[in-house]
Design a protein around this ligand. Structure first.
Ligand code: PMP
Length: 295
């Protein structure tokens, strides 16, 4: 799925076949999860391949690397160019791009001196499919913001996401919704969260979430479309029986929820802010956002 014999990847300045690319078994990333990464989407538009919000993603990659004190010797502009070349070399335009900065050998708990930059891409459909998803409140909470840099996209943080999604799937749900350590709604394992109640959207504030790039674009779309949004804390009980809810993320795009903890939302998806935002977001990534208008 991710690569075949012909797939080309970028590794430390070289364009090589994915099947020949190697990483050391003594890498600190592999043993302790100290690495940083991004998830980026490219879309096939009328003008060709368009990497959505490339600058914002590579800026966050730099932020994450600096937080973890991992060297990243390419500028945002260079990384953007590399990402476009990657698409071209693999004949991709609708694709998911995965930059990863991983470390050299280091079995101690100190920051590594050596780092490696890897970019690969593959065709990938919607993370959660096209259907509305059934979600459960996870028994796992997001890491305490003082236990790590929660606003950085660090490899090791995703063991928490894997536990939450796995628990949800094993209990027959599609996805999990995680709370913060104080019991307020935080985010999904790989996406931010919005809920609609009585004509207002609510989304958790920055602090215990990954500050999503899609979230930022959705907030901008709402502002332009005149949809009221409040960034404030709320409990899962206030989501139960709300009018609608949705996840937003690069991979998830805008995915509506059917239910939380088996409690259905009151409005049909098509009559929610989420559905309107879904189509406005689609127009934005496809560079057709001249269609954005007040709704
Ligand atoms: N939260 C988490 C934990 C994520 O992994 C992601 C995906 N990067 C998001 C939110 C959404 O972020 P973005 O919109 O930048 O993809």
């Amino acid at each position: 799925m991710y690569f075949n014999d012909q797939t080309i990847v970028f590794l430390d300045g070289q364009w090589i076949k994915a099947k020949d690319a190697q990483a050391g078994l003594y890498a600190q990333t592999l043993h302790y999860g100290n690495g940083v990464f991004e998830g980026i989407r490219a879309y096939h538009t009328k003008e060709g391949a368009h990497i959505f919000a490339a600058g914002e993603h590579f800026k966050r990659l730099h932020y994450s690397a600096s937080r973890m004190q991992i060297a990243l010797p390419y500028s945002e502009e260079e990384l953007t160019q590399i990402a476009y070349q990657l698409l071209e070399k693999n004949g991709l335009s609708d694709a998911y791009i995965r930059p990863l900065v991983f470390t050299g050998a280091n079995m101690s708990l100190t920051t590594p001196e050596e780092s490696h930059v890897f970019l690969c891409a593959w065709r990938w459909g919607k993370l959660l499919g096209d259907q509305l998803v059934h979600v459960m409140t996870s028994s796992f909470c997001r890491p305490h913001p003082k236990s790590c840099f929660i606003d950085a996209k660090v490899v090791g943080h995703y063991t928490n996401s894997i536990l939450a999604t796995t628990e949800a799937r094993q209990k027959g749900f599609d996805e999990a919704l995680l709370l913060d350590v104080d019991g307020f709604v935080s985010e999904g394992p790989g996406a931010n969260f919005f809920v609609e109640r009585q004509g207002v959207l609510y989304t958790p504030p920055l602090g215990s979430i990954l500050p999503g790039i899609t979230r930022r674009h959705v907030l901008d779309i709402c502002q332009k479309a005149g949809i009221p949004v409040r960034q404030e804390r709320f409990t899962p009980e206030t989501v139960h029986g709300a009018d609608g809810a949705f996840f937003v993320g690069t991979a998830a795009e805008v995915t509506g929820l059917a239910s939380l903890d088996h409690k259905k939302f009151r409005r049909a998806w098509k009559n929610t802010f989420g559905a309107a935002i879904q189509s406005l977001y689609k127009a934005r990534v496809l560079k057709e956002d001249n269609k954005e208008a007040f709704i």
